[in-house]
Design a protein around this ligand. Structure first.
Ligand code: XMP
Length: 519
């Protein structure tokens, strides 16, 4: 299949570039900027995109491409598109000059097209683009032409048709560049001539065949189902491939949302007709281990370890009954595996909590059928496989669940209070039609008692914080500016209906500097 490679220079949008390319129908993968040239050659890329990045090319230790890279792409006639840092790097390494600019350009800017060439084909003379940089191109090497400028940036797009090298100072991959997809599509189709072969229907059929091939006609597979999108879609795909030779294990760890265990069982047992869905109620064990534990990291550690213990015990039990169990399916997705320089910390952390870490002595072979997919692709595949919409569109939920949404030690009383409040919040947000526009909406239990008045009585009860954020990838997030009447309704209902809460506050912090979760 034709593919276009993205080389990562640490930009925050690197994954977004690859996703856009895939959305345009061309398969794309990310590699670090210092990938070995021999490895790159083996991928037979139709084109290469150099990502943005936080460094400046003239800094001594900033990431550079080896001579051999330019030798290879020139010899093989592979087209290159540089974005932001990549835009500077091509010029810098081929003998032009980049300099710092006193006026940093950030945000919406008007781009004036001087010569459209192939890259800017079909654009108007003036287009809005998204800039984010402090450097600019001062002089260009021979045969490079200026294609567009902005008010403060005389060289905002360039091209060298003979070398097939192009660069844009702005970010075509972000939605704030409305015609960004036209530019990327020009690069993919008209410059790189990449065939649009990346189709999810084909992917599903091939994945099913491949799974059948790997598992064979009679072996069985174990899977830890959390009810989240990735593990649910993995389960649906595996079930479609091997039917009831899939054994799914769902562990109730006591820190799930209200009725979550019932909904997950309904979806898989009833809607998707899983015969071998194994529900393990381990609430009591988790509660005993978490008793009196206040430290958030300790809570996470206990939940992670206890989960593995429970999962392992259930697997051993099943292996006795079904000796043909040979595989473990996991819901790893592409961003979990390929950490770009910009996302490494956050995704590593999320991953370690979402996915099972296998004990060393477990001899099952791992299958990760979604390992090359992005989340939105996983969602689309899930819908095609009949996974209920409520699961597909569900907000992310941390592995340690409600335990990190109760400050300090947890107990059943606090958990029940939080579950009831959270249910009201989600119900109202769904009713208002905004749930799917939000990254996450949840309640947090603050173990502080304040005074209130209900009827003739003075109350002394806990505080519930409401956290609702908008985000693209959880790296940054803004609190959602929800309608005040909606907030009032939610607050009133929680105070009236949830025993134990007499005050509701709305969290107006953004990330950074705050985080999305509280612990
Ligand atoms: P923070 O709080 O770091 O959260 O802004 C970023 C995203 O990660 C999720 N998150 C977690 N997910 N285990 C998880 O599986 C965790 O321990 C954890 N902590 C945070 C969080 O819900 C948000 O989407």
């Amino acid at each position: 299949m034709d593919n276009v490679i993205v080389l990562d220079f640490g930009g925050q949008y690197t994954h977004l570039i690859a996703r856009r390319v895939r959305d345009l129908g061309v398969f794309s993968e990310i590699y670090p900027f210092n990938v070995e040239i021999d490895k790159l050659k083996m991928l037979f890329p139709k084109g290469i995109i150099l990502s943005g990045g936080p460094s400046s090319v003239y800094e001594k230790n900033s990431p550079k491409l080896p001579e051999a890279f330019f030798d290879y792409v020139k010899a093989a006639n592979i087209p290159i598109l540089g974005i932001c840092y990549g835009f500077h790097l091509i010029i810098h390494q081929l003998g032009g000059k980049i300099e710092p600019h006193k006026q940093k350009e950030y945000g919406r800017t008007e781009l004036e097209i001087l010569k459209s060439g192939i890259l800017l084909d079909s654009l108007e003379n003036k287009e809005i683009v998204w800039m984010s940089h402090g450097d600019r191109v001062k002089t260009m090497p021979k045969d490079f032409e200026i294609l567009a400028k902005t008010e403060t940036c005389p060289i905002a797009t360039y091209g060298n048709e003979a070398l097939r090298m192009y660069g844009v100072q702005f970010h075509p991959e972000v939605v704030h560049t409305p015609k960004g997809n036209v530019i990327l599509n020009n690069f993919l189709s008209k410059i790189a001539n990449a065939k649009k072969e990346w189709k999810l229907e084909d992917w599903i059929n091939k994945a099913i065949e491949k799974i059948r091939d790997i598992v064979g006609p009679d072996k069985k597979v174990i899977l830890g189902l959390s009810g989240g999108v990735d593990s649910s879609v993995t389960a649906a795909l595996m079930h479609k491939s091997i039917g009831d030779r899939l054994h799914s294990i769902f562990v109730n760890n006591g820190v799930l949302r209200k009725n979550e265990e019932i909904q997950v069982q309904q979806s898989f047992r009833d809607d998707l007709q899983f015969q071998n869905f194994h529900y393990v109620d381990a609430q009591q064990l988790f509660m005993e281990k978490l008793k009196g534990i206040e430290d958030p990291e300790e809570k996470r550690r206990i939940i992670g370890h206890t989960f593995i213990e429970v999962f392992e015990n259930k697997t051993i039990e099943l292996e006795k009954e079904y000796p043909d169990i040979e595989f473990l399916a996991q819901g790893t997705i592409y961003p979990d595996r390929v950490e770009t320089s910009a996302t490494s910390n956050a995704s590593a952390r999320i991953k370690s909590h979402h996915n099972l870490t296998l004990p060393d002595d477990m001899t099952l072979k791992v299958i990760e059928p979604l390992r090359d997919l992005y989340k939105d692709e996983v969602r689309r595949i899930g819908l095609k496989l009949g996974v209920p919409k409520e699961i597909i569109n569900r907000h992310p939920f941390p592995g340690p669940g409600l335990a990190v949404r109760i400050i300090g030690a947890i107990d059943k009383e606090k958990l029940d209070i939080l579950r009831d409040a959270d249910e009201i919040l989600i119900e109202e947000i769904k009713k208002a039609g905004v749930y799917e526009k939000l990254w996450q909406a949840f309640c947090v239990f603050l173990p502080l008692k304040t005074v209130g008045i209900m009827g003739d009585y003075r109350t002394y009860e806990y505080i519930c914080a409401i956290r609702v954020v908008e985000s693209l990838d959880a790296m940054t997030a803004n609190f959602a500016k929800l309608d005040m009447d909606l907030l009032e309704k939610i607050g009133t209902r929680i105070i009236n209906e949830v025993k134990g809460i007499n005050r509701v506050v709305y969290d107006i912090s953004n990330k950074p500097p705050s985080t999305i979760e509280y612990e």
